[in-house]
Design a protein. Sequence first.
Length: 73
Amino acid sequence: MKRKKFDQILQRIANENHTTVREVRWEMELAMQAGQANPDPAVQAMWNSIPRKGPRLTLEEFVAYLAKKASMS
């Protein structure tokens, strides 16, 4: 997913929820971190299977992964 498209999506979510893009990003990152903190080995395996460029999964990488998975179903 292109950065510009991702930023547009965040802006739309912010507008619809009467908040800022910064707040939307923060909430999404908190939710992602909570999921990654789950100690269940199956959940950890799922998180570790998500492709990433660096050592930590970024919000952009996670959303792109979910979008790809959704388009395949």
